[in-house]
Design a protein around this ligand. Structure first.
Ligand code: SAM
Length: 293
């Protein structure tokens, strides 16, 4: 098996941040994560997929946080006929949580501010009335459009644009921000190949702009979920603290998730860090923000 690449500076940074926990953290991120799927209710239903998997002797493990989310003991779910028909999507467990935490209702119109390739758009589309899915990148918007059609997301409207130029208001917004992608290291052995602290700081600057703008797109009492798959405090807690400083009507809402270990965040109250070693997942940082007046 190909060895994971770790830059020296990355190791030094996180050894310092994690202290005694470094060994367990490093051991976890160096092994592959569990395969997991989301059942796409635009094309099928849970019982049909359960039955089809049973017939193939494939075991599904239900996740506590959603009826549509399952672990799957199959090496290449992308080879399954159900995937090829768009009935299931392949999505990492922690990556499903930002949408769950946004707590979208069937009457909601949702902004998916940074949407491509659209894995979270599938989840949103399965729950909400309508989803506006934006992405600034031309190539990635094409992928998003392809996935909209492939997964039959008839209530999703795709637009290629920089969300910082978008003006409509929403009750629910997902900002799954562009980040240094550190958390992808369990999936992609060379995810950290181009990693530098300069990139982390550059992303942090963009994330602050995106978050401030997306917050301003919320209606009063509206809610926004900010997420990244980075480990860096500069891309996570620092971005949230920046918003709190700039917008006095922003409040961080406590997050409850059944069956998922969440630790108290010492840098920014109510934000959560899903460390890989806690739930055997990919890294995710998630904050739920409400506009109170
Ligand atoms: C982490 S990825 C999103 C993953 C996606 N939410 C999913 O679950 O499949 C971040 C995306 O943000 C897009 N992006 C970056 N800057 C943006 C901007 N200013 N406005 C809109 N999209 C942006 C990138 O092109 C990239 O596709």
């Amino acid at each position: 098996m190909k060895k994971t690449f770790y830059p020296k500076e990355f190791i030094e940074k996180y050894k310092k941040l994690l202290g005694e926990e470094w060994d367990e953290f490093f051991k976890t991120i160096s092994k592959k994560e569990e395969k997991s799927i989301w059942i796409n209710n635009k094309k099928t239903d849970i019982e049909k997929i359960k039955q089809k998997m049973l017939e193939k002797n494939i075991v599904l493990k239900k996740y506590s946080f959603s009826e549509w989310a399952f672990g799957i003991n199959y090496k290449k779910p992308g080879d399954l006929e159900e995937y090829k028909k768009g009935e299931i999507s392949i999505q990492e467990k922690a990556s499903m949580l930002p949408v769950i935490i946004l707590n979208v209702k069937k009457e909601n119109i949702v902004l998916d501010a940074c949407a491509s390739p659209g894995m979270k758009t599938i989840q949103l589309s399965n729950i909400a009335k309508k989803v506006i899915a934006l992405d600034v990148n031309t190539k990635r918007t094409k992928i998003l459009l392809h996935n909209k059609n492939f997964f039959g997301l008839d209530n999703v409207f795709v637009k290629r644009m920089d969300v910082r130029n978008f003006k409509e208001k929403f009750d629910k917004i997902l900002l799954d921000a562009p980040c240094s992608s550190e958390g992808l290291v369990r999936k992609k052995r060379d995810a950290l190949k181009g990693w530098t602290q300069e990139i982390v700081l550059k992303k942090s600057k963009i994330q602050k702009e995106l978050l401030l703008h997306c917050f301003d797109l919320l209606n009063k009492n509206g809610e926004l979920v900010y997420s990244t798959c980075s480990f860096a405090p500069e891309e996570n807690e620092e971005v949230i603290l920046y918003l709190l400083e700039k917008r006095k009507n922003a409040v961080i809402v406590p997050i409850k998730l059944e069956g998922i270990k969440i630790r108290k965040n010492l840098l920014c109250e109510n934000c959560i860090r899903l460390w890989p070693q806690d739930n055997d997942t990919q890294q995710f940082f998630i904050a739920k923000i409400k506009k109170v007046n």
